[in-house]
Design a protein around this ligand. Sequence first.
Ligand code: UGA
Length: 459
Amino acid sequence: RSTEALKVAVVGTGYVGMGTAVMLASLGYDVVGVDIDERKVEMLRRGELPIYEPGLEDLLRASAERLRWTSDYAAAIPEADVIFICVGTPPMAGGAPNLQYVAEAAQSVARHLNGKLQVVVNKSTVPVGTGDWVSRLLEEHAENYHANRYVVVSNPEFLREGTALHDSLYPDRIVLGSDRPQGIARMRELYAPLLDQTFTPPACAPRPEGYTVPELVTTSLSSAEMIKYAANAFLALKISFANEIAGLCECVNADILEVTYGIGFDRRIGHRFLAAGAGWGGSCFGKDTSALISTGGEYGYAMPILEAAIQINQRQRHLVVNKLQRHLPRLQGKRVAVLGLAFKPNTDDLRDAPAHDCIARLTALGAKVRVHDPVALAAARREWSHLKYDEAQSVEEALRGADAVLVMTEWPEYCALDWDVALSGMRNALVIDTRNVIRTRPRYGTVEQIGRRPTLMGA
Ligand code: UGA
């Protein structure tokens, strides 16, 4: 069978589903994306993405002839050889993920299975054991039930927002978990182009220099499910560790940038994900660490390292306004500029963004807040209507007349700012740089960073 012959359905068109659908279409497969949200389906049909993700819209348009979007399971599932479930698993109170959407997707898929060999792939982040549960749901709800005719595979996704396109075409590893060999075999066939060093990638997403094909890791269903959580928990832990050391650096007059640079050359540690700052946000780390703790709780098993990682992350968020108040104890009536709303650069995603908590606290303390973000202002208008702030269309406008500025997201344009010029428009040149973006000391003003003594920087 040629690779073109495999037909793919992707259920759920959030970050992961959309990325997966577009990536597989760019590899030459016919892909149909299914979403019950008609509005999203309409947008995608027009070639527009409901979210901001660099490069993905170009690839969506370039692969349009192999992509279809529908809200009708009957138009997608019967003809698919591989069916991805990529629906959301939002956290419930207590930290466990809500599997309602997975259940609904599995039941709808089941009703349209064709009775031949079909592989149902869980890409949603789901607790260990969910694959078996999905298998049972398929069996219960299949109208065309045929024993052994469908196989459930766990294929966790490791892409990062902001670099989704790169991460899905050039992953470090592909993890496939199944308790049945047919599932692994078909998925290996599906991913064959990514596992082939001679494969020609789409023109708009060229292969990075020195890239080698990913490791294919095949495991049991439950190990694959665990790998996803363990990977995110470890990354969250790594960041919290850097933040904890950063706090001590401030006490003893060491510099976290020098320290992480120094430890990162040890290959066992590495340089990545050691950037101290306002702490991790986004839809994954908080949700997945809490979910692991909650799974542990079901077995009476404590997870103190993860508990601590979460605690440090919360402390880090408080630190931002605390640092500001060291210089401006009374914030009543003070004008504070906030640069960056998104939880990280190159996205308009605001979920669990540290900027949210800072703005809420600043306004509670009576400060007047003016914010800037290169792409997330519109998203904030929709999602943060409960917060009180003014919008600025440029950094200059945000800083004009301000008593302090908080840098909350390391957008490239903030890293490239000439801070001497930027600070000159402020009433009081005070910067709380929570992402350590300022690398050259401004001629005047006070710069507070994370894990670096303020005296190192100016004042
Ligand atoms: C994360 C993982 O990195 C992906 O591998 C995974 O697939 C994804 O979650 C998921 O489970 O869907 P993402 O949340 O998009 O990806 O973003 P990251 O780049 O991991 O950043 C997460 C947060 O950590 C951001 O708020 C970022 O500012 C912060 N961070 C990251 C730091 O504070 N320091 C660092 O050194 C790195």
